[in-house]
Each structure stands twice: as C-alpha cells, then as structure tokens.
Ligand binder design. Sequence first.
Ligand code: NI
Length: 183
Amino acid sequence: MSVRRILRMGHPDLRRTCDPVAEADFGSPGLHALVDDLVDTMHASEGLGLAAAQIGVPQRVAVIEIQPGNARYPGAVPTGRLILVNPEVTVLDPTPQCYWEGCLSVPGLRGEVARPCHIAVDYYGPDGTPRHLEPEGFLATVFQHEIDHLDGTLFIDRVTDTTRLAFLDEYREYHATASSKPT
Ligand code: NI
C-alpha cells in the first residue's frame, strides 16, 4: 500500500483508453494492491474518486468514496467506499444536470459540466462480484467523471462554456454556493 504520484493534465498517460481487467485477474494480489494504492492516494489528496489511469495504470479500475465533511466538496452526500472494476454506464434519464467539477489531475481548477442526471452502472468488485447501482444527482456526476478517466477524458473536455471555468479561489469567491464552498 502506498500513496502514488497523481499524473497531471498534459501527461499523455491520462489520455489512453484503459484495458478491461481480465477475468483471471479478479481477486488477484496485483488487483488488490492497485485498489489499495488508489484508496491511499485518494485519501492523501482528499479526493472523492480516483481512477487507475491517474496513477499511470491503464486498467478499467476506479474508486469512489465521499467521506462526511470532505473539504474539497463540502456539500456532497457521503457514500461508502465503492470500488469499480470494468464499469459500464447506461443512461436512465438524459436530462442534463450541471455541477462544478474538479479533478486531482487538474489541480486548482473548477469547471461546470452538464451530464445526464440519472444513470445505471454495472461493474464488478475486485473479487469479481457483479454489482449494480443507479446513482442520481451529484453521485451520478462523480461516477461519470471517474469512468471518463478510463477512456482518457478529463472534465475540462466537457466544459462547454469556458466562462464557467475558474481557478479555485475565484470559484470560491464568485461561483460556489454556501453549501458547496470548498475550504
Ligand atoms: Ni478526475
């Protein structure tokens, strides 16, 4: 278990399409070690999600965990720790919802992104157990953001109105609502 270096925007490895985890690797020590590193690295940076691509591993693995009182996203509803292997998204309701997103690979910036408001996600746990969730609201955005990383997409690619792109200080001052103001 270790805290890994997070690749930043501009590193070409963030732009790769990641490979699915092979069935033979479910439950393997290598996969568990990758998941442990993702969790440790996410916690060390107070992120609420991290994809393997962000630590330079081109596999379809990501973790999501919103802890109570997360300093970077104070308004977010807590989740348990979710470990996604080979996730697939199905849109249940395409009505766009907008949230200001940030990313540990795009430090210091926030940008407003519209995404479908309700999705289904089919994925596997690290031991190969099939899982199904139907997140909506902010959690649906978090899932789509992390799964985008597995296809080399960053939130900044989805910011369509660049007047809604801001450095963190300016986001806090001019755009954040009281309940979503990061510390
Ligand atoms: Ni990200």
